[in-house]
Design a protein around this ligand. Structure first.
Ligand SMILES: Cc1ncc(COP(=O)(O)O)c(C=O)c1O
Length: 371
């Protein structure tokens, strides 16, 4: 299919990434697949289904509406909404039958007042975002959940701030704080599910696994350390495609794009790909990315505009109208990863795939076969 911009998502890669992550886990430890932000840009419903097929036992999102959308799509599995919830959003989450995260007795009362539901109590062991820093408050919140009719104390959790930095020592501190609070709570409430690890922590330290890991980025085949996902046995699930819509000869002094930020210094050709920042190809890639055409890296030249980018293809022109172009993914023997794009933009791979905008259709396949 030739379209201006297309994200091809291999659901089999997500399945295999989940199965690969599960091999890190002790028998009995579950994997919760995190599909917030539309499955990190891959599509939440397809990502959730693939993760479940790969062995995930639960799904997590951040927004109540995300949980409702998964239910509307027919997903009938345990759902956890990890984010902060306003009263209106709490209604939506509970109506969707999702479990929610609490760190105050008042929130537990709000859950009860809205008909009840499952609650995971969050201790802030150092992330400094959501959850209570006070272990006594966390324990009181858990006791209130356990004692309140209609409310189920389902889990106890924390979240690491620095798991993606292999050299850091803070994760161990957070882990110790969590363990000191969570194990006694579990002793008092058998069946309570303890969870802390994101993808990086899952790969970094088995002591962080507890009963359940909450893996997001790695299930998509993105490396949680920003390194080479292939070296970690992970397969990128998403490729970003476009095509050559025009090829223009350029003489020395001719320019391409807004602001003339590319001016040819010798005869060459510029290919125009109809994909731009309106699709999620960030403007920061201006004169700062490669694109694969004919299995060869070609430099993106000139300003990324809303709907087009320009790529230098040399003289004689090494590209023709209609040629396939890959902005993320493999072509021939070459590949461009989300990690590479992230480095060029001084950001993280998460933001690269989350930043793909709705104008880009997602097409799902299973190792090349229609999914
Ligand atoms: C609370 C919580 N748990 C788990 C995750 C998954 O993290 P990752 O995508 O790094 O695996 C996130 C995502 O940032 C999160 O906010």
């Amino acid at each position: 299919m030739t379209v201006r911009a297309l994200a091809r998502v291999n659901v089999a890669a997500i399945e295999r990434n989940v199965a690969r992550l599960r091999r890190e886990l002790a028998p009995g430890t579950g994997l919760c697949a995190v599909v917030k932000a539309d499955g990190y840009g891959h599509g939440a419903v397809a990502a959730a289904r693939a993760a479940l097929a790969g062995g995930a036992s639960r799904i997590a999102v951040v927004a109540a509406g995300e949980a409702a959308a998964l239910r509307d799509a027919g997903l009938d599995v345990p759902l956890l909404v990890m984010g902060a919830l306003s009263p209106e959003e709490l209604d939506v989450a509970l109506v969707a039958g999702a479990e929610v995260v609490a760190w105050s007795e008042a929130f537990v009362a709000a859950v009860a007042a809205r008909g009840g539901g499952g609650v995971h109590v969050k201790l802030d062991t150092g992330m400094g975002r959501l959850g209570t820093r006070d272990a006594a408050v966390a324990t009181r919140t858990a006791e209130a959940a356990a004692a309140t009719d209609g409310v189920v104390l389902a889990g106890a959790m924390t979240h690491f701030a620095t798991a993606d930095d292999r050299a850091d020592a803070f994760m161990a501190e957070q882990l110790a704080r969590f363990a000191a609070w969570a194990w006694p709570l579990r002793a008092a409430h058998p069946g309570l599910v303890l969870h802390a690890a994101n993808s990086a922590a899952t790969l970094r330290d088995p002591a962080a696994h507890f009963d359940l890991v909450r893996t997001g980025v790695a299930i998509y085949g993105l490396d949680p350390f920003g390194e080479d996902a292939a070296a970690a046995g992970l397969e990128p699930a998403l490729e970003l495609h476009s095509y050559v819509a025009a090829v223009k000869p350029m003489q020395a002094g001719d320019s391409a794009g807004y602001g003339r930020r590319f001016i040819a210094t010798a005869p060459t050709h510029v290919a125009t790909l109809p994909i731009g920042y309106g699709d999620g190809v960030r403007r920061g890639l201006t004169n700062n990315a490669d694109v694969l055409i004919g299995g060869v890296r070609r430099p993106l030249v000139g300003t990324v505009s809303m709907d087009n980018v320009t790529v230098e293809v040399g003289a004689p022109a090494a590209a023709a109208v209609g040629d396939a172009a890959v902005l993320i993914g493999a072509q021939g023997g070459e590949r461009i990863t989300a990690e590479e794009i992230a480095r060029r933009l001084d950001t993280i791979n998460y933001e690269v795939t989350c930043g793909l905008l709705p104008r880009v259709p997602r097409v799902y396949h299973r190792d090349g076969e229609p999914a």
